[in-house]
Design a protein around this ligand. Sequence first.
Ligand code: B12
Ligand code: SF4
Ligand code: SF4
Length: 381
Amino acid sequence: MHPLEPIMQELAIPVWAVGSASAMPELQAIYADRLQRNIYPAFAAPATTMRWDPRAYLPEAKSTIVIAVPYNVEPPPSIQASNRIQGQLARYAWGEDYHRVLHGKLELLGKRLATAFKATVWRAAVDSAPLSDRQLAVKNGMAAFGWNSCVFGRDYGSWIVLGSLLIDIELPHTETTSISMQCGPQCGACLKACPTGALEAPYTLNPYICLAYLTQASGVFPRDYRHLLGETIWGCDICQTVCPMNEQRQSLPAPYFGIPRYASLDLAEVLAWTKTEFDDKLGRSAAGWRGKTVLQRNAALALGNSKQAAAVQIVLNVLQNHGSGVVRASALWALMQLDPSLGYSWSQRCLAKDSDPTVQDEAEYWRQKMSKPNDFESHQP
Ligand code: B12
Ligand code: SF4
Ligand code: SF4
């Protein structure tokens, strides 16, 4: 038995692997290529040595411990049964924010290792550190990359979130887990299903057009991708849901992120939330960090994509009363999808009465588009 096994059991860490703190130089070329093709995520840590060398991040590091916590939980029936117009959240955001949960476990792990093995320095990393969490998991032998660029563990597929602990003690390395991937031309389901074409090629994601990014980015949602959002308001699970590697995975041994609170949300309610209501509903979820306006913008777009008649009145309320120009502009777009002729008259009204520059831009777009012959029939996107 590995000496860490009892501590991992005590801390309810179901999947973990120990490896060295040596560098991962193979990343250098990958990042250089992504930078050169403008598909390196500018919102991730800059591509400096710290990304591929754990010792550049913590010079005393001798070992790395990667932990994975599964989240393939099912939504409670009460959530699925609602008949109001709903917007979906990506599964990782259904419960408690994973950053907080994993950080808590890693800090406790560090303290246990200080007591049991005289460790003196450690650093926990969950997204926050410059390191590539996925590459560390692969290097330590507990996961393998899929074509969709996610990493897959043996028992829970890619429905795992990752965290790492760098620590100043030598620990025995764990054995490599064998994971037989089904990626190849005979599959490619993730690449085919990606609505935006963000998965440009195997293992290659253009982060700037990935819905997971677009739903988090502030400001105006790019026009060309609005209709591809469907009724999702946070994150995107499509390239994981279609993956055969995620079928017949083990059921969850425990609800690590609490009982899921929201798998979907009533879009009318989301659009009426105050800041306090937003904080109360999503403040502890991984969908809470970006704030209310971004989520409400997405909710307005999702109403347009719902194509439901009942969405018209909700969108009109937003156009008349919402305090954010970005959300009102998104509502105008939604109205154009739901009822183009009503939308057109509202775009005229907005041009005359709503001085917000974002609303003006959206209304002007529709004024120009609809003034061309036949455009009432072909107003997408
Ligand atoms: C920036 C970021 C994003 C960006 C960009 C994602 C991306 N694929 O690069 C956006 C916002 C789009 C995003 C989306 C998501 N993310 Co994210 N994200 C990150 C973050 C902070 C950095 C990732 C990064 O550096 N990307 C740049 C690329 C170049 O580096 P990389 O991911 O390591 O890419 C590797 C592969 O491309 C591979 N590779 C390249 N070429 C080749 C060739 C071969 C042959 C092979 C085998 C491999 C290979 O090597 C690269 C280096 O490791 C990490 C946390 C972290 N600090 O690592 C979380 C992280 C990757 N995200 C995570 C999650 C859960 C998601 C989402 C599922 C959330 C959602 N449902 O909406 C989606 C998944 C989208 C997808 N298909 O990847 C998890 C991944 C868990 C897993 N099982 O893989 C992480 C690790 C967070 C965590 N702590 O758990 N994310
Ligand atoms: S869908 Fe197919 S190609 Fe994509 S990650 Fe899963 S097994 Fe690999
Ligand atoms: S998360 Fe969604 S948008 Fe991003 S690569 Fe996967 S399927 Fe495409």
